[in-house]
Ligand binder design. Structure first.
Ligand code: EPU
Length: 422
């Protein structure tokens, strides 16, 4: 198993290019199932999760051709298996995103039910409820969601809570349904807007994306399209937290500052000097950050996917920060590990109180999930001495060559491969 060795204390300086967004790329790859014609995608990040999604689509008969490091052409003209098996779904919950497209285009789907995961239970009842409202017959058989429909029929659907992949699944189902669908209480994340824009290029009729009421007029078929996946706002935010923690001066290229308002506001409050252009962000930091409290919320609120990284910044801040996690019930797995580096954090239910300490000290820590891993890397960069971050396969799921990008900014960080550490 690979690990990262980090020698803390080096400030960051230079330029780094932000990759395409994982959480936009995953639904967009699934949208290839909606048409027999090719989808030509650019800015697809190189991640274990995108590789897993391409493998899953491949098992169904979707052909994909890598035409550059971040470019791929997908074609779903020979789909012959309408199933997502347990082995793949258990490694990546986003596999549930094939459910809507499969039932919409082929009238049938069998997708293994994802189990709970380290950040919470994460049920998919709203995906199922929405598809049933669109007229699919749904049953749970041997651990699989089985959905059937001759042709889905437009409906008005209000999900019980705001769900990102739930909104995406229902959006992809509704584009091929007969008649109009209205999604109320829809998620407003920029990744949903990116998916909707791709679907519109494919011939879908959608309005209201980016608001909590999306209106979709179903069409009979969709065609091929070209699309560039939006920039990853969470990867960008992670680099900004890193420079906030260790100081320095960095420029992020291919960034999407317009989608990062809540994160940029918090980082400015913490003392970073931030300048932005349409697709770049420059961040400078000197001295210790100031403590900044936050409450995670659906977009445009503060993203739960940035909570762990901001917590890492707060561990060495001047003052005490109160953090409230509102989206997932168990997204504090990084706390214990940050405490191993000398952080002072107390948790009470959904609330974490972080008392900033002047310095962290390097130690061996274990990554437990994707964003937890990122917070440990940030803390390791700020800590005195060496930190070893174990189980970085979590990090590789969602960050495109993170240690290489950080090395480019002057960080002392090295990957130790399974073989070397054995
Ligand atoms: N929920 C239900 N029932 C459902 C759907 C959701 O109870 O049918 C609950 C969840 O358990 C959670 C809340 O609703 O408490 C919100 O979950 P949501 O469905 O929005 O999360 P998701 O779609 O499974 C996506 C991202 C996550 C990100 C969340 C929240 C993708 C592939 N994943 O997950 O990304 O944290 O939205 O913004 O888009 C990550 O990248 O590290 C990550 C976990």
């Amino acid at each position: 198993m690979d690990k990262l060795r980090i020698t803390g204390g080096a400030p960051l300086a230079g330029e780094v290019t932000v990759s395409g967004a994982k959480n936009a790329a995953l639904p967009i790859l699934c949208a290839s199932l909606l048409s027999a014609e090719p989808l030509t995608l650019a800015n697809v990040p190189q991640l274990n999760d995108t590789t897993t999604m391409l493998r899953l689509l491949g098992t169904m008969g979707v052909r994909s051709e890598q035409t550059g490091t971040d470019a791929v052409i997908l074609q779903a003209d020979r789909v012959d298996k309408l199933e997502a098996p347990y082995e793949l779904v258990k490694t990546m919950r986003a596999s549930i995103l094939v459910l809507g497209p499969l039932v919409a285009r082929f009238g049938e789907a069998r997708v293994s039910l994802p189990g709970g995961c380290s950040i919470g239970q994460r049920p998919v009842d709203q995906h199922i409820k929405g598809l049933a409202a669109l007229g699919a017959e749904i049953s749970i058989e041997h651990g699989f969601v089985v959905a059937r429909a001759k042709r889905l029929k437009g409906a008005s659907i209000r999900t019980d809570m705001v769900t990102v992949t739930g909104t995406e699944n229902l959006l992809m189902a509704a584009v091929l349904a007969e008649g109009q669908t209205i999604l109320e209480n829809a998620a407003r994340e920029p990744e949903i807007v990116d998916l909707a824009e791709l679907l519109i290029k494919m011939g879908a009729r959608i309005s209201g994306h980016g608001t909590d009421r999306i209106v979709i007029d179903g069409v009979e078929r969709l065609h091929g399209a070209d699309h560039r996946v939006m920039s990853d706002r969470i990867e960008a935010g992670t680099f900004l937290c890193a420079v906030g923690a260790v100081g320095g001066d960095i420029l992020l290229r291919d960034a999407a500052p317009a989608a990062m308002g809540a994160t940029l506001d918090k980082l400015a409050e913490a003392g970073l000097q931030i300048e932005t252009g349409p697709d770049w962000i420059r961040a400078r930091m000197q001295g210790r950050p100031k403590a900044v409290g936050l409450r995670t919320h659906e977009y445009p609120g503060f993203a739960t996917d940035m909570q762990a990284q901001l917590m890492a910044l707060n561990t060495i801040a001047e003052g005490t920060a109160v953090i409230v996690e509102n989206i997932f019930e168990n997204r504090y797995m990084h706390v214990q590990e940050l405490c191993r580096l000398g952080a002072e954090i107390d948790i009470d239910g959904h609330t974490a109180v972080v008392r900033g300490v002047p310095r962290l000290s390097g130690a061996t820590v274990m990554a437990t999930d994707l964003r937890a891993s990122a917070s440990l890397v940030i803390a390791g960069l700020a800590a005195e001495g060496d930190t070893l971050v174990d189980r970085i396969y979590h990090l590789d799921r969602g960050y495109d060559r993170m240690e290489v990008k950080l090395q480019g900014l002057g960080a002392r960080i090295q990957r130790i491969t399974g073989k070397e550490s054995a």
